[in-house]
Structures are given as C-alpha cells and as structure tokens.
Design a protein around this ligand. Sequence first.
Ligand code: HEM
Length: 164
Amino acid sequence: MNVWTLLAQNAGFLPTRGSVMIDFVFLAMFGIILILGVSIYLVRYRRLFQLHKWIQIVTGSVLLLAVLAFEIDMRFFTDWQELAAPSSFGMPTVNGLLYFHLLFAVPTPFLWIYVIWHGLAKFPSPPLPGPHSKTHILWGRIAAIGMLLTAVTGWIFYYAAFVA
Ligand code: HEM
C-alpha cells in the first residue's frame, strides 16, 4: 500500500492505530521540545535575545494552527475512541490518561499566549533584559515546563491508546 492510500484512509503513517493527525502531533512534539530547549539555551547562555524571541513567536504560531487542525480532526473526522478500543490498558485507564494529559495541555497554550504577549509588550524591540526580566523568566519557565509535561503525558497517552 502506498503513502497516498494510507493518507486517504486516515490510517496514519506510524505502525500504530493512530490517525494521520494523531501520528503527526505525536512526532511534532519531539521537534517542538527540541526547538524550545535550543531557544532557552540560546537566550540563557548565548544571550541571543532576538533569535529567542522569533523562535518562540514562530513555534507558538505553528502550535496554535496545529492545535486548531487537531481539534477539528478530533471533533469531525476521527473517532479516536474507536481506534483506542483494542488497547490492552482498557478504556477507563486510557480515558484517565487522557484527562491527566489535558491537565497540562489545556492551560499551556494560555500560558504561552500570556508569556509571548507580555514579552512583546514589555521588552524593548529588539529585546534586551530589563524590568520585565524577573516576571518573564518565572512565567517563561512555567510555560516551558507546561509544554514539556504536555508532550510527555501526550506520548504516554498515545502509547496506551494506540500502541498497547
Ligand atoms: C512562550 C514563549 C516564551 C518562553 C517559554 C520563554 C522562555 C524564557 C525563559 C525560560 C527565559 C529564561 C532563561 C534563563 O533561565 O535565563 C527567557 C528569557 C528571555 N526571554 Fe523569553 N520566552 C518566551 C517568549 C519571549 C518573547 C516573545 C520575548 C521577546 C519579546 C522574549 C524575550 C526574552 C528575553 C529578553 C530574555 C532574557 C531575560 C533576562 O535574562 O534578563 N521571550 N525566556
């Protein structure tokens, strides 16, 4: 079977029960976490403030679009419960893992919007450390940890629902 047939059947491209969109988000989160790590390294140890700013704006925008596409897919096109039904974990555990994941996945986008918005409003352009630094470093760390926990709990949910 070629890749187009698989895509047309919404069967996903990983050898699991995930759909195209579910597989895509599962993989994309590795990239997002890697880029986030690089961005924080660049601002902390290399003091590349402008580069950090643009990496965060671009990844934040791409994430927002991806979340939107994912939500539309889950609500209208993909019945994830049907795909997860054969899981050896059983649906109560799979659902529990989903709620645990949503605990981080729901607030994190709001944290990101807040951190980016305030960064743009309160740092000069091009950005430099200043009076906003203390608040930004605190909430920037919380936002970054939120994204990391969103990814890790998402991967665990993916494994339980679509692999096991
Ligand atoms: C969700 C988006 C963002 C996250 C998660 C984030 C995260 C962080 C973190 C964790 C640090 C502290 C690094 C350290 O430990 O020293 C930091 C520093 C910094 N960020 Fe961001 N950031 C984001 C967006 C932005 C934006 C949009 C701007 C500029 C408009 C910006 C400008 C800065 C600056 C200037 C610093 C250095 C502060 C200082 O050391 O005094 N950040 N960021």
